[in-house]
Design a protein around this ligand. Structure first.
Ligand SMILES: Cc1cc2nc3c(=O)[nH]c(=O)nc-3n(C[C@H](O)[C@H](O)[C@H](O)COP(=O)(O)OP(=O)(O)OC[C@H]3O[C@@H](n4cnc5c(N)ncnc54)[C@H](O)[C@@H]3O)c2cc1C
Length: 368
């Protein structure tokens, strides 16, 4: 089956690799000439996301390109440590921290190495369906024919609107997230751990990579501003915005932010709590296109990875795409909507066993 995949991010590349293993012929179309959106951020892949990668033997390159964190330490506004939670790691990989740019590159390289065709600079704008399958339309005026189209095109998915023109738009979570990297000496260090700080106005987290660089993020309650205005903010502007949220507090956050150069990026955070329709007989949604979680959940990438492997299993085992999409939604919807709801309340850290211990057996057959 020729499978068109819109989006060469996390779910697009991994779905394509899994489909290739399942004996299908995937082609991935990525809008950007290289990389993708929000490329400055870093993210953490939790145990369940690493398990999904391992199911198709794609965990190795991600482990090589990332570094481990073994727990989270909570720091009070006074600077005292309020508690520590160690991640259960026995027999499980994770969590692994990696920049989004590196993760995209690693997954795209691995997909290409496995024989997946991945085309950059092709932005999907529309699709027509008929008895022979689907014809995808691109911004450059070209078209591509396939049996099915997978919408792995992220938060602002075009495929979501093609499937259901009335689909809900992403919802602003009320948070603006700023990310930064610094190698400045003399800063507090957090190797192998995430140190999370609750300031009076905003939350801050940081970790130290094996080379000594500090990776930090600030989650700042904010009003929603137009996308163009957010896109125009400079590194200086983001640094000042984040610094203002912690200035004057007895915490290391402001020092870390002030010691950061131009490697600082920011943006509003959105979620997609419910997408009523996930598929038609020829098109299906995956990852953020179907269900984006707040970055506060630290699970969006891991859920996208789970989706990718499960969708490929369904397309391998079910007799036709429509029944594969139905089986996929049956296996995924409840779990991902529970996660998005927990992320919106930012209480994902409570009782995480249902999240982390999830296991995918690639050889298990997906029944009807
Ligand atoms: C700032 C930030 C921090 C985050 N931190 C974490 C974290 O710590 N842990 C975690 O698990 N998750 C995190 N997430 C969420 C995580 O990044 C997403 O859930 C994950 O990337 C979803 O993967 P995806 O493949 O569905 O979408 P994406 O990774 O966004 O990939 C979508 C791809 O589709 C491409 N595309 C878009 N439109 C089109 C089109 N029309 N045609 C062709 N291609 C198109 C895009 O360029 C992109 O490459 C974070 C998200 C953000 C924004």
């Amino acid at each position: 089956m020729r499978v068109l995949v819109a989006g060469g991010g996390i779910s697009g590349t991994v779905t394509a690799m899994a489909l290739k293993l399942a004996g299908h012929d995937p082609v991935v179309f990525e809008a950007y000439a290289s990389g993708g959106e929000d490329i400055g951020a870093f993210l953490t892949i939790m145990h369940n996301g690493m398990d999904a990668l391992r199911a198709i033997g794609a965990d190795g390159p991600v482990i090589d390109a990332s570094f481990a964190a073994h727990g989270v330490e909570l720091v009070l506004p006074t600077g005292e440590t309020a508690g520590r939670r160690d991640f259960e790691t026995e027999g499980l990989d994770g969590p692994r921290t990696v920049t989004r740019a590196t993760l995209y590159r690693v997954l795209q390289d691995e997909a290409t190495r496995r024989g997946v065709t991945l085309v950059h600079g092709r932005r999907l704008t529309g699709a027509k369906t008929g008895p022979g399958g689907v014809t995808a339309e691109f911004a450059d005026g070209t078209t591509e024919a396939g049996d099915v189209l997978i919408g792995a095109d992220g938060l602002h998915s075009v495929v979501r609107r093609l499937i259901d023109p009335a689909a809900a738009e992403p919802r602003f979570t009320g948070l603006t997230v700023v990310y930064g990297y610094t190698r400045a000496p003399g800063l507090p260090s957090a190797p192998g751990i995430y140190r999370m700080v609750r300031g009076s106005k905003a939350a801050f987290g940081f970790t130290t990579d094996p080379s000594g660089a500090t990776f930090w993020f600030a989650r700042v309650p904010d009003e929603e501003r137009p996308r163009a205005e957010i896109a125009a903010v400079t590194p200086d502007g983001w640094r000042e915005f984040a610094h203002a949220a912690f200035a004057g507090e007895p915490l290391p956050c402001a020092d870390i932010i002030a010691a950061t150069g131009d490697e600082v990026f920011g943006g509003h955070s959105y979620d997609v709590p419910e997408t009523r329709v996930w598929s038609t007989p020829e098109m299906v949604l995956i990852g953020d296109a179907a269900h984006a979680a707040s970055p506060a959940s630290a699970q969006g990438a891991s859920m996208a990875l789970e989706d990718s492997v499960v969708l490929a299993q369904c397309l391998r085992d079910r007799p036709d795409p429509a029944s594969a999409f139905e089986a996929y939604e049956g296996l995924r919807r409840e779990r991902v909507e529970k996660l998005v709801a927990a992320g919106a309340g930012q209480n994902v850290a409570d009782g995480t066993d249902w999240l982390y211990s999830h296991h995918i057996d690639w050889d298990a057959k997906i029944g009807g």
